[in-house]
Write a protein of this length. Structure first.
Length: 240
C-alpha cells in the first residue's frame, strides 16, 4: 500500500517520493524488471505535481534504481554487483606509478542544488547549494577519466577559486583535508553517450567504467562524492 506524503514536512515532496519508491523496491513490491506506474498514476496516488514526479524519477534513474526505455516506460533496474575498493590512490600517484604524466582540464565549476544522495552523505540542507566540478583527467595526453565531484560548501569554499588543473588530493592536503577512506564505492560497466564519448575521445557506445565513491577523512567527516566515467580500455582496477 502506498504511504501518503507529508506536505507539511521540511523534506521536499520529491525526496519523500524517492524514499517511497526505494522502500517498494527493497520490500519487493517493485521487483527487477517491473514497469513502475506512469507519471499520471503517481500524481493521482500521491497527490503531487508532474514536476515532483519527474524530479523523483530522474534522481532514481541517476542513482541506478530505475532505467528508462524509449517508448516503453520506466523499469526497475537489475541489481548491480558492488565491490569495495580498499585503497584510495590519487590519479596523479596512479599515473606516476606507471611512469605516465598526469594532466587535468577543468570543464565546469559551479554551485548546484544537491540530490537526495548528496544531502544525506554531505550532511547538507536541501535548500543549500553544494560545489560541483567537472574535469577531464589525462595520462600522457590521452583522456582517461571524466571526473564529477560534489563537495559541501561549508569548509570547501576555496574550491570555487583555486586552480583545479592539478592534483585534487594534493590541493586538499595542502588545505589540511586528508581523504583517507571510501565509505562506499560502486563500479559498473556503461556505454559512452555521445557527450561523454566526445570529451573522452572515444566512439559513442565505448565501454566505460562508472564509479561512484563517497570519500571521508580520518575523523569520518564527508569530503566529497565522486562520480567518474573511466575509459575501460585505458584503465585497470586492482581490487585486493
Amino acid at each position: 500500500m502506498p504511504r501518503p506524503l507529508n506536505s507539511e514536512s521540511q523534506k521536499p515532496l520529491y525526496q519523500q517520493l524517492i524514499e517511497e519508491v526505494k522502500r517498494k523496491i527493497k520490500s519487493g513490491e517493485f521487483t527487477q524488471g517491473d514497469k513502475i506506474p506512469s507519471e499520471p498514476e503517481f500524481m493521482k496516488t500521491y497527490e503531487v505535481s508532474r514536476i515532483t514526479v519527474r524530479k523523483a524519477i530522474e534522481e532514481l534513474v541517476t542513482e541506478g534504481y530505475l532505467t528508462k526505455k524509449q517508448g516503453k516506460g520506466t523499469f526497475v533496474n537489475k541489481p548491480k554487483i558492488k565491490r569495495k575498493i580498499e585503497n584510495i590512490m590519487s590519479f596523479r600517484n596512479a599515473c606516476l606509478a606507471c611512469n605516465m604524466e598526469p594532466g587535468y582540464k577543468l570543464i565546469e565549476r559551479k554551485l548546484i542544488k544537491p540530490s537526495s544522495d548528496e544531502i544525506d552523505f554531505l550532511n547538507h540542507g536541501s535548500n543549500e547549494k553544494i560545489i560541483y566540478t567537472k574535469r577531464i583527467l589525462t595520462a600522457d595526453g590521452d583522456p582517461i577519466m571524466l571526473e564529477n565531484n560534489y563537495f559541501p560548501l561549508n569548509g570547501f569554499e576555496f574550491m570555487l577559486n583555486e586552480n583545479l588543473e592539478g592534483s585534487l588530493y594534493t590541493l586538499l592536503k595542502n588545505k589540511g583535508i586528508n581523504p583517507i577512506h571510501s565509505e562506499s564505492c560502486t563500479l559498473e560497466l556503461v556505454s559512452a553517450t555521445a557527450f561523454t564519448a566526445k570529451l573522452l575521445n572515444v566512439p559513442a557506445g565505448e565501454p566505460l567504467f562508472y564509479m561512484i565513491a563517497h570519500i571521508k577523512d580520518s575523523k569520518n567527516n564527508p569530503i566529497h562524492i565522486g562520480r567518474q566515467y573511466i575509459v575501460g580500455s585505458r584503465y585497470l582496477f586492482n581490487i585486493p
